[in-house]
Design a binder for this molecule. Structure first.
Ligand code: SF4
Length: 345
């Protein structure tokens, strides 16, 4: 199976930007981007990111806000924050050359460490991601999702590959590629699969039963209230919100806070609704729309004075700040709702 897989991968691997020059830096960035994100989505983000930050030094010396801006749209922003922190550590100590060293870097787990070491350094380090797990579960008709078992199978393949003189980079990428393009979650293409003759589920005709189902992760409902302060010159107040883990370093509308100064939204202010999902959180947001007749620049109102954690920005420019789904969806409903004649004191 390993020889067939390696021939198949060498002949039909997709041309991807991080494969053209699989340096530790590029493989690392691509693997972090590929966590929870599909290849087709990652390609343009990777190219833009590498153009702006071509080396680990350029990444480490950049402001976090710029790193987040270049990550904007990929989601799971903790990945970008981790990459930025890790870049500083790499510049100080060099790229790690073993699994333990990589796993010490923020955001790098056992899969990512194995992928970087095998792809960039050609070291016999195992990997298990969703694609590899699916392939191995089907090939061995595994009755459980025991991670230790899957890792052990993945390591076993590396031992066999060494005996056959197959590069660990080719084996690991071949497994991932097979899972992504042939051994797909639904309707796997068994007829063209290079591993078919060694696949127990194919032989038994029950491929769709594997991998066995995981228990569902329960989603958490979250309610939040925000206020959209909008000026006469169509600027909106945004803040750097640190109140929830998934928002750190991202701009958003200010979460609603009660104030005796009566500058925050009142019951009479129009209400807009937004729903968005972040990891397991299903968030329902109510936006109170508060208009100001003055403009942001000339106002003496304390509310209008932006500080380092807040700023007034044109509605159509706010999307250029590092943001998540919460601000993106909020700006969309705000733009639809706001009309000049509705501005009032
Ligand atoms: S034969 Fe089918 S189920 Fe088995 S590894 Fe290949 S694609 Fe997956």
């Amino acid at each position: 199976m390993i020889k067939k897989l390696s021939r198949w991968f060498s002949a039909s691997a997709r041309i991807l930007p991080w494969r053209e020059d699989p340096s530790p830096y590029r493989v690392w960035i691509s693997e972090i981007m590929l966590q929870q994100t599909q290849v087709i989505t990652v390609v343009p983000y990777f190219e833009k990111f590498i153009t702006r930050f071509p080396t680990v030094e350029s990444l480490a010396s950049a402001d976090l806000s710029e790193v987040l801006a270049n990550w904007s749209g990929l989601g799971y922003y903790s990945r970008a924050r981790n990459i930025h922190r890790a870049a500083g550590l790499v510049v100080a100590g060099g790229f790690p050359r073993d699994r333990a060293g990589w796993e010490e870097l923020p955001g790098v787990g056992p899969y990512t460490a194995g992928a970087i070491l095998s792809i960039a350094y050609h070291m016999p380090e195992a990997i298990v991601d969703g694609n590899v797990e699916r392939v191995l579960s089907r090939m061995h008709r595994l009755k459980s999702r025991d991670k230790n078992k899957i890792w052990s199978l993945s390591r076993g393949l590396l031992g066999e590959a060494a005996r056959l003189k197959v590069d660990p980079s080719v084996l690991n990428q071949g497994l991932m590629e097979l899972g992504a393009r042939v051994c797909k979650p639904k309707n796997p293409l068994c007829d063209v699969c290079p591993a078919r003759s060694d696949c127990q589920a194919f032989a038994k005709g029950d491929v769709e039963k594997f991998p066995v189902k995981k228990p569902r992760v329960k989603s958490v409902d979250v309610q939040e209230r925000t206020t959209a302060f909008v000026t006469k010159d169509f600027k909106v107040l945004v803040t750097l919100d640190e109140s929830a883990r998934w928002r750190k370093g991202l701009w958003d509308l200010p979460l609603e806070v009660k104030s005796s100064q009566n500058v925050y939204a009142s019951k009479k202010d129009p209400k807009l609704q937004v729903k968005y999902v972040v990891t397991k959180h299903k968030v329902s947001r109510v936006i109170s729309l508060k208009y100001f007749t003055h403009n942001a620049k000339n106002s003496s109102n304390q509310m209008m004075k932006a500080n380092s954690d807040s700023r007034w920005i044109r509605l159509d420019e706010a999307i250029t700040l590092p943001h998540g789904a919460s601000l993106r969806k909020s700006l969309k409903v705000l733009s639809d709702a706001i009309q000049p004649q509705r501005c009032r004191s």
